[in-house]
Each structure stands twice: as C-alpha cells, then as structure tokens.
Design a protein around this ligand. Structure first.
Ligand SMILES: Cc1cc2nc3c(=O)[nH]c(=O)nc-3n(C[C@H](O)[C@H](O)[C@H](O)COP(=O)(O)OP(=O)(O)OC[C@H]3O[C@@H](n4cnc5c(N)ncnc54)[C@H](O)[C@@H]3O)c2cc1C
Length: 441
C-alpha cells in the first residue's frame, strides 16, 4: 500500500517514545509512506521487564512492515512449547490444556522483543533520537518542546509515551491517576539453569513450557525462556482492603520473598520448590486506568497510542499486540485521509480502535476472575469443565487491523467528517477518568 494513489503526499509524524508501541508505530508509518522520527527520553535501553505475549494479530502486521526476517526473529524469541497447562493450585492436577497460540501467542522476554523492534526501526532507516525528553506541546502547530527548550514541528504528533504519558494529560486537559485493580503481582525472572538440578521442579525447567496454577483468589503463571535457561514466575493475588490503598505504579519495586513464601505454603510442592529458591522478586501493584473519552487532542493533531491510552492487565497478554494494531490503524487512516486531512485520520483512528481495544482489555479481567473463582466450593473429586478455565483469546488473532480499517473507512470517514464540520466530536465513552491535581500526579 505504500506510496501510491491520490493521497501520497508524505505526512511528517513525530513519535514520542521508543517502547514497543512507539517502535511498531514508526515502522508502520514508514511502511505506509509517511516521514517519521522517534524521540526517546532514555539515553539507552536495558533488558527490562519479564515475559510478554505477542499474538498473531500483531505478528502478521509486523511481518508485513518489517519483512519475514522480523517475523522469524520475533517468533524465535518466544517460548516454543506447543501447549500450556492450567493446573490446580495445591497439587498441580491438570484441569485444562490449550495451544499456546490460542492463549498468549509467543511468550518472550520484553527486552528481547524490544531489541528486535528497535533494530527493525533502524533497518527501516528511521531515526530514533535517544536522550530527548518531550516536556511540552503546542497542539495547534503542532509541535513538541524538549527539555533543552528547543521545539520541533510536524503534521502529527503521536504520544507513545507509556503509562505515565504526558501526552495523555494534554489530550484530557488534566492529569489522571491510576486506580488499584484490587490485585497485585509478585514477579521474578532469572537464569533457571540451577533449577534443572532439583528433582522436584526439574520438569518445569528442562524444556520450554508454560503452566498456570489456579487457586482461590490467586494464580501463578510459570514459563521458561531459551529452552529453560531462563525462568519466570508471576503470582497474582487479591489485595486486602488495607493493601489496596497503597497504589504505586512501578515496574521496579522490590518484593519481599518471605511474603511470597507465605503465599505459596499450600502450592503444588514442585513449583513451590522453584519459587522458594528464587533470589529476589518485584512487587507490582496491578494498576487500572479508566478508558479515556478521547485519544486525540482538541486540535486533532496529537494522538495517543499504546499504554498511554489503552494499557492492559497482564492476564490479557495483549498490551504490546494491541499497540501494534493501533499503529496499523493510525497509519492506514493517515494514508487514506491524506496530508491535508490529519484531523479526519486521527478521529477515525480513535473511533475504529476503541471498541476492540475495550474487548481485549476486559478479556484479561474475565480470565482472571474465572481462574480465581473456579475452585471455590468445589471438592477435589469434582471434575472442572476444562473450557471454563481456558484463556479465550483465539478470536483476537485472526483479525487484520489494516484490512478492517480499509473496509470500514468509507462509512467511518463520512461520520467523522460530519463531526468535524459541526465541531461536535462524540466521546469514545462516558467514563470520567480519575482526575487528580497536577502536583499529586
Ligand atoms: C520497564 C517496563 C517493563 C515492562 N515489563 C512488562 C512485562 O514484563 N510484561 C508485560 O506484559 N508488559 C510489560 N511492560 C508493558 C509493555 O511493555 C507495554 O504494555 C507495551 O510494550 C506497550 O507499551 P508502550 O510502547 O505503549 O509504552 P512503554 O513500553 O512504556 O514505552 C514508552 C516509552 O516512552 C518513553 N517516554 C515516556 N515519556 C517520554 C517523554 N516525555 N519524552 C520522550 N520519551 C518518553 C519511555 O521512556 C518509554 O521508552 C513493561 C513496560 C515497561 C516500561
């Protein structure tokens, strides 16, 4: 679809943030014939986070934009197990088994995926300027101002600046705060080779595998990477009302391993043995953000993408994949609208994306609730219907975000053109975000 047709005049786009969302956006924009530059506030990236899923809905787009080499790299990063098992908390009995491709897709290390996408951005000839923090916007020009006071103009600015986005503040007109989801994770990721020596847990380390133990108001996800050389576990549990008050949105807060050991006292001893030997972990309160009424500024020239406008719970396994879908829809809308019609493109983008993203977000809540309730009031001898605890992500994967945008463009662009003419932009939802005073944000 690149560089042909009546609307082929190149659109200049500034992408703020070189995370997985910003990288996918840059590659998609370039593929569709736009000019793009990425500004990233960090001076360099480290291999941060742990496991993350990439579904076929995203991989097929990334392959289209970055070629079969990128697809091969991304899929080889992922866990190679064909199936995953969902097990009973206290004894590990298998309650259900399903193909990994119907569940999270390829589960790999976030840092490895990130490195592959950063390379793909560079291979596409797109500049990523590191150590360049955006501190302010002029939404009408539109332009960004950097920490050193310099300014840069573009036709469109994309805020792919993550969960603590400043672009979101501009779009909303105020700062919004995270809410507690009522749940929290302890998570650990470490070289797992030494666990291969332990006869109790060896079976979960000596080859690529993914297992989930479900209990009452709690679950543990375990997966290996690099054929067992790296090991990841995440225990999610319901917070007490008192703990619930301490909302801190951070990927870096140290967890207390003694608290974890207390939590797994009743867990299947095989996986408990692996958790017990873990050197350290992170304590991650799972924050929830209300859906936003708009993803685009009043001037229609600053658009949000990825975690800045649609963060996902970990159980959805779709955060990075949905960011890639958003990149696809925005790029195609710009292509179809043309350089003189950026507002039409951005307003179509938010409307085309919102409903599907909400479904993907709430899917993650649904599976957590089914797992946490499945064993309540069920005796050991009673069989659980396997389908009742399976992850229901399969419907997400067949979707082609670009084809869907082209199919719906005519109808949507007519509707949006009318809204732009009257100046009455319909909000995406009527939820009021959790407004806070700036000083407390
Ligand atoms: C440290 C970290 C660890 C994570 N670990 C996991 C994990 O283990 N599992 C999982 O499922 N998900 C994880 N995630 C979330 C996952 O990466 C995202 O859901 C997904 O990649 C989409 O993210 P994004 O690109 O929209 O935002 P992010 O990945 O947060 O990227 C935003 C980027 O914007 C940059 N930025 C922010 N503000 C500015 C500014 N003002 N100027 C310039 N640049 C700016 C940031 O430095 C960052 O590089 C993690 C995220 C982070 C940040």
């Amino acid at each position: 679809m690149a560089d042909s047709g009546p609307n082929s005049q190149r659109i200049k786009v500034i992408v703020i943030g070189a995370g997985l969302g910003g990288c996918a956006c840059a590659i998609a924009l370039k593929h569709h014939g736009h000019d793009v530059i990425v500004y990233e506030k960090l001076r360099q990236f480290r291999r941060l986070g742990d496991s993350l899923g990439y579904g076929e809905n995203a991989l097929k787009l990334l392959e289209r934009w970055g070629g079969p080499g990128l697809y091969k790299t991304l899929t080889s990063i992922g866990n190679q197990a064909p199936d995953m098992q969902i097990r009973r908390w206290h004894d590990g009995k298998i309650l259900a088994q399903q193909p990994l491709m119907d569940m999270a897709g390829y589960i790999g290390h976030r840092g490895d995926y990130h490195e592959a996408l950063l390379q793909a951005v560079r291979d596409a000839g797109i500049e990523i300027v590191m150590g360049r923090e955006v501190v302010a916007f002029d939404e009408d020009k539109p332009s960004v101002t950097f920490a050193d006071g310099t300014e840069e103009l573009a036709d469109l600015i994309v805020g792919a600046d993550g969960i603590k986005s400043i672009a979101r503040e501009l779009v909303l007109g105020f700062a919004d705060a995270p809410k507690s989801s009522g749940y929290s994770c302890y998570r650990a990721y470490f070289p797992g080779a030494f666990l291969k020596e332990d006869p109790l847990c060896r079976e979960f380390v000596d080859h690529d595998c993914v297992n989930i133990w479900i209990g009452e108001d709690t679950h543990l996800v375990q997966n290996t990477l690099r054929n067992g050389d790296e090991f990841n576990w995440i225990v999610t549990r319901k917070l007490s009302a008192e703990k619930d008050m301490e909302i801190k949105e951070s990927w870096f807060q140290e967890g207390n391993m003694d608290d974890v050991r207390a939590l797994i006292r009743t867990l299947d001893p095989r996986i408990a043995a692996a958790v017990d030997k873990t050197p350290s972990c992170l304590d991650w309160k799972i924050c929830y953000r209300d859906p936003l009424p708009y993803w685009v500024s009043r001037s229609h020239k600053i658009a949000l993408l990825g975690d800045s406008c649609h963060p996902h719970l970990p159980t959805s396994a779709q955060g990075a994949s949905q960011a890639a879908e958003s990149a696809a829809v925005l790029s195609v809308c710009l292509k179809l609208a043309g350089k003189g019609n950026v507002p039409l493109a951005t307003r179509c983008y938010e409307k085309l994306r919102f409903d599907r993203v909400r479904l993907s977000q709430t899917n993650g809540e649904d599976v957590r609730d089914r797992w946490h309730n499945a064993l309540k009031e069920v005796d050991d001898g009673v069989e659980i219907d396997p389908d009742s605890v399976k992850i229901r992500n399969r419907w997400l994967y067949a979707y082609d975000a670009e084809a869907n945008t082209m199919e719906r463009w005519e109808e949507m662009s007519k509707k949006v053109a009318e809204e732009l003419r009257t100046g009455e932009i319909t909000p995406l939802c009527d939820v009021k975000p959790n407004k806070v005073e700036r000083a407390a944000a």
